[in-house]
Design a protein. Structure first.
Length: 444
């Protein structure tokens, strides 16, 4: 069947994430993936510029992962993970993660993805404070431009406001501070931008009352918000503030965990540890849905109180197939040294983007950390004024690039790039060439 025939059937019966009837008319129906390449139903090849949705770190078509999933399905496809049961794959994975994650994080709760990880860390934080006799510590502070998923509490933490209006009211007790966004955050002259942006957290905690704030939730590099890389002094100051006011620091590493930024876990770039870490996506490279949270030893000890039942659960928590695929995938990440590959290839990609695009009159900012980059297009480079939304500059660049064989995503007028870590140098070069031609086609 052709792409057009399949889309006619698709639109009759499917509701898509971010459902948009008009955009779906030009959708590609994917039929195969090989390494960094996606193939549509008409047989066209595309560079997978966002590794699926930031997740396919090891690339498409890995036989080892398919075999692992097959073998585990045959041996034990499913068993309850609720208290009273366990399975060997989950035990192995949790043990292994304890050696990989931040030193203070040694206990894990597994989910099916990132949104459930956000819900779980919010409920973990609130329960932690209740068990410590501080039941009024319930508020969640996060940042504008953040993305933490779309279940009701995760959506309420998400700071990209476009996700709210159709579904409000949001869950009460969620607040947002400005993103450190180096290209756009306005600090007073002479002050450190990173410290000023971090101090927004202190101001919010003091405004609300420290006795009411449970946690601060932050992606080390904001992904869906436009690959926003914080200043070097931002997170160390955030850690200090969280310590001072007894607020749990929760790192949403759903995109950044397992190597994408050039280190296995991204807060290692700034030498700090969170109290809770959320992960998903690259833990299985997207081969099966999986995610989870890791908590520090203090939180784990609180949960271990005799007589406590922590009333939070998912049918598919610690799913044996997910755990088995995650273990095999983590071995690939280690054997092929994918964090270092992301660091090296990211440096190449950023330099090539800068070479090709930094003189373009509508390229405002080119940024990245590891193999996670973005090009922000603006109407005016001097004032950093964005294009009017009606001009749809970002979506037009996206479509031009897709026609030329590069498929990724845009956040408004910011083009996002996070290909699989196995991308070749040729494919990196082609990515930059296609994006450059596409920007020129739209903006001259
Ligand atoms: C940082 C972050 N947190 C949470 C999520 C939500 O994950 P999921 O779509 O698996 O629910 C995402 C998804 O892109 C994400 O980027």
């Amino acid at each position: 069947m052709t792409n057009t025939q399949l889309i006619a059937r698709d639109t009759a019966h499917l509701i898509h994430p971010l459902h948009d009837t008009e955009a779906q008319r030009s959708a590609r129906v994917w039929v195969k993936g090989e390494g960094t390449i996606l193939i549509d139903a008409d047989g066209n090849d595309y560079i997978d510029g966002l590794a699926g949705l930031w997740n396919v770190l090891v690339g498409h078509g890995r036989r080892e992962l398919a075999e692992t999933a097959y073998n585990q399905c045959e041996t034990l496809a499913y068993a309850s993970g609720y208290t009273g049961s366990s399975n060997e794959r989950a035990i192995e994975l949790a043990e292994h993660l304890a050696g990989l994650t931040y030193p203070s994080i040694n206990r894990f709760f597994f989910t099916c993805g990132g949104g459930e990880a956000t819900e779980s860390s919010i409920k973990m934080s609130r329960s932690y404070w209740k068990l410590h006799g501080k039941p009024e510590k319930t508020k969640v502070i996060s940042r504008r431009e953040s993305y933490h998923g779309v279940t009701m509490a995760a959506m309420s933490a998400t700071g990209l406001t476009a996700y709210w209006p159709l579904f409000e009211p949001r869950v009460p007790g969620f607040l947002h501070i400005p993103s450190p966004y180096p290209y756009r955050y306005n600090n007073s002259p002479g002050t450190s931008q990173g410290i000023a942006a971090a101090n927004e957290l202190e101001k919010a905690i003091l405004r609300e009352g420290p006795e009411t704030v449970a946690m601060f939730l932050a992606e080390p590099v904001q992904g869906a918000g436009g690959v926003i890389v914080p200043q070097h002094d931002y997170f160390p100051r955030i850690r200090e503030i969280c310590n001072q006011y007894e607020v749990l620091l929760v790192a949403d590493e759903v995109i950044t965990a397992f190597g994408r930024t050039g280190k296995l876990f991204a807060l290692d770039h700034w030498g700090i540890e969170p109290d809770i870490v959320q992960f998903a996506k690259a833990i299985t490279s997207g081969y099966v849905p999986f995610g989870g949270i890791g908590v520090n030893d203090d939180i784990a000890a609180t949960l271990d109180d005799e007589g406590l039942v922590w009333m939070h659960a998912y049918t598919y928590s610690a799913h044996p197939v997910g755990c088995a695929v995650a273990m095999r995938n983590l071995r690939i990440i280690e054997e092929e040294d994918l964090p270092n590959q992301c660091a090296d290839k990211g440096t190449l990609l950023l330099a090539a983007l800068q070479d090709a695009l930094s003189d373009h009159p509508h390229v405002g900012d080119i940024r990245g950390k590891g193999l996670m980059c973005a090009v922000e297009l603006v109407a005016d480079r001097t004032t950093r004024q964005s294009f009017p939304p009606g001009e749809k500059v970002g979506p037009r660049v996206f479509e031009e690039a897709a026609r030329r064989g590069l498929f990724s995503r845009v956040k408004v007028d910011t083009y996002l790039l996070a290909p699989p870590a196995v991308i070749t140098d040729d494919q990196l070069g082609r990515t930059v060439e296609i994006l450059t031609k596409s920007i020129q086609a739209v903006l001259g």
